[in-house]
Design a protein around this ligand. Structure first.
Ligand SMILES: [Zn+2]
Length: 293
């Protein structure tokens, strides 16, 4: 009897600590990787919506009136920052609720710039492709959720701690797998400049990506330069990304010319097959090992 009474009290207390009874926090993110990170921390106390659909290319995203409506109803907005999803700021300005908190997940991270003289000097905004950077994102998200709903602080912090623990284990696995790739093969030839944080953290060179931004077309000079480089490499592996159909065309043509092979790395989006950030990093690790070992 005593036990039942105790549980009744606990249940009553728990229901009091919810921010708004029976309603999850509405969190809106710009793209699917942030959606996953927020879901991991927020659990059943958040409802997360990504504006950019899985498999779509964030670089060419045009926000719609539907996006504006979703933003207007959000309790919290989470964007990447670093120039990756600036269009959200315009939507927020036009939304009815201008006081909605906005988190830029990458705000504490230093931008890596590359030094190719034939490209513009813009930093790479794809911070999340290095695990420590993703942990920094998770910390920003945890802080924002806790501020928004202090009564759920313990719940969010506990989930966040467990998830970060999982990310540390993920990275340990990645490092031991990637150790199988010999030093001379550690070049990632990609279509767009997305992998500089991955390269810096895990010991690769990505000097020869084709374009800064996937909206741009590679020049004949870029293509000739890449053919030269590939012909000098042992492993003629090229990496394209599932959301870039235009880029894949160029990469296939290049691979044919040098007798190389095209592989897929995930960068800007989850998909029906790769449904979480952890799966994305595992997929990329396996692909790099298969292509360059
Ligand atoms: Zn990108």
């Amino acid at each position: 009897m005593k036990k039942i009474l105790l549980w009744t009290i606990v249940a009553a207390l728990l229901s009091l600590t919810r921010p708004v009874y029976g309603r999850e926090l509405q969190v809106v993110t710009t793209f699917s990787i942030l959606e996953d990170l927020v879901q991991q921390v927020g659990g059943e106390r958040v409802q997360v919506t990504s504006l950019i659909a899985r498999g779509a290319d964030p670089h060419v995203w045009e926000p719609t009136p539907r996006d504006a409506r979703i933003v207007a109803q959000a309790d919290l907005l989470v964007a990447n920052g670093g120039g990756f999803d600036d269009w959200l700021l315009g939507l927020v300005k036009n939304a009815a609720r201008t006081d909605t908190p906005l988190v830029l997940a990458s705000q504490d991270l230093a931008v890596l710039e590359h030094d190719h003289d034939h490209h513009h000097h813009e930093g790479d905004p794809h911070f999340w492709l290095s695990v420590p950077n993703a942990i920094s994102y998770v910390e920003q998200i945890t802080k924002a959720l806790t501020l928004l709903s202090p009564d759920d602080a313990l719940y969010f912090q506990e989930r966040s701690r467990e998830y970060v623990q999982g990310l540390l284990e993920l990275e340990e696995w990645m490092i031991s797998e990637l150790a199988r790739i010999p030093k001379e093969n550690r070049v990632i030839v990609t279509y767009h400049n997305a992998f500089s944080y991955l390269a810096e953290r895990y010991g690769f060179d990505v000097a020869e990506f084709l374009v800064e931004n996937p909206e741009a077309e590679p020049s004949p000079r870029d293509l000739a330069r890449l053919v030269d480089l590939l012909k000098r490499m042992n492993t003629r592996a090229l990496f394209t990304e599932p959301q870039l159909s235009g880029g894949t065309r160029y990469m296939n043509a290049l691979a044919q010319e040098v007798g190389g092979k095209v592989y897929t790395l995930y960068s800007d989006s989850l998909s029906a097959d790769v449904t979480s950030y952890v799966e994305l990093m595992r997929y990329n690790t396996r692909t790099l090992v298969e292509a360059l070992e």
